[in-house]
Design a protein around this ligand. Sequence first.
Ligand code: HEM
Length: 545
Amino acid sequence: MGQTFCADLSWTTATAALVATFTISKVLKFVSGLKAVDYLPGLWVPFQPLSLLGVILPETSWNPGLIFAWTWRRTRNIYHRFGNDTVSVVPFLHGTPTLYTQSMEVARQVVSAGEKTGVFGKAEDMGRALLFWGPSIIATVDRDQWRRHRRISGPAFNNDTYKLVWNVSQKVYADMMANEGWTANATIDIPCVQQLVSKFTLIIIATCGFGLPFSWVEPPSYNGQMSIQQCFRIITHTSLFAISAPKWVWKLPLPWIRRTRQAYDTMRAFMHSHVQERREAINSSADDNTAKDIFSLFVRASEDQGGKMGLSNEELIGNVFALLFAGHETTAHTLAATLGFLSLNPSVQEEIVAQIHEVTKGRENGEIIFEDYSRLDKVLAAFYEGVRMFPSGVYLIREAKQDTVLNLSGTREEPKVLQVKKGTSVIVDMIGVQYNPRYFSDPEEFKPARWYADRTSDGDLADSEEYTAFSVGPRACLGKKFATTEAVCLLALLLRDWQVEPLLSVNVSTGENETTEEWRERIMQAVMSVTMGVRDVPLTLVRRI
Ligand code: HEM
């Protein structure tokens, strides 16, 4: 009896001691988290919203969810609540103390000046997660390694490449119209425009990026296994899971995990043989330098650099994956959002079509050529407005590489020098920035005209260097002009031939069509995979006379 009592007591004591130790350690960690962000007001949450638990647990008032920047932007906007354009999010159970900012002044200190001096850099966790696809320009955290990747990749993005992108885009558009049998149709209902634009951007990145034939996108199978297109679809839908799941999860005997693993293995095997083949072809005496796709340019630049400065096969494959993901989904999402907004704004479409007619006046069949790109600035402005309202690169995630300071001196902020501890994450919230009324009046309105005044020194239309959704600083988007070239070409061709309208659904009880406002509220909402996009956009195309 006495012994049982002692045993009970020791169990109780041990449990109490454990609970007390756990609680004290969490309280101490939380207090040090508050100190890391210099006690800046903000949210106190159990898990960092971008951590695995934050992502997989249901979204509630205490678990904001992955894209709370979007879901809370109107009603529970954290910047309004805490009266500042930079706020803290400090987790008390799991995750890193984080600063979120919708201030471009602060963003520049982090992704531009901070990245240049090395005071801020890509977060280690993020780099490790992206390494899942192999070492690449996107995954690289180390500055010298990143410079090596960028030195080889940078020159591949040039005028010849953009011309190739334009010409291929034109051909893909013509093929799509013919293959879908749309050339004879007066109207076409498209239940999900993403299917169209996603196939388009995939073919462009496959052909201009890797020199793959058009047929690559729809081959029956690869080596008797899944088709590459099937693999690609699975990979795109599971990429967030892939980069965040621990290794042991991949071994679970669940059918969908087995299928996902098979998709990755098949894709890797395919990439490996493609890289090997192309590398041998380019190094052979038969290479006549005519292949201008980005991958061939990478291989040649890598061979020219030679030795340690070149890219290994593994790094080439990593970069192939990186380009596939950076270059396909982002542009497809933005095109879908742009077309969705255009369908709601017939007057903007008319303005754009008038410009297309003026630029192509006197040409047979209204042909649109690469040299028209800079004159089609109203088309480009519509795309910039689409990416402003649905910034696919939604969070720029950096971490302080040393103890440092941030100057909170934007108009809304009280001037304050914030002490930031080494290891603290800083997230540039692109939704916050692109919907910040300090930079954009009526931020919820689709107004391409707001971009008309911003021009580069060559007179080309520029998305403002200050507020761009393609980021700024050394690690700004490498494929910006690649994306805008294919987008301007596709949008110009589509709008030349078709009027774009929302495909309204019918209310079953009243038998009436929903209104365009209801359509916007239902459809133009953010969804998240690795990048941010819009829900499936249903459209009707009506042929212009
Ligand atoms: C609408 C389309 C696109 C948007 C909105 C976009 C946005 C971005 C953003 C915001 C970043 C910076 C990410 C960060 O710092 O964490 C980035 C980086 C990058 N993007 Fe894009 N992107 C687009 C299309 C493309 C395309 C078409 C390509 C290639 C064909 C591409 C290649 C890259 C690469 C390689 C980087 C990494 C640069 C580096 O770390 O040095 N992007 N993009």
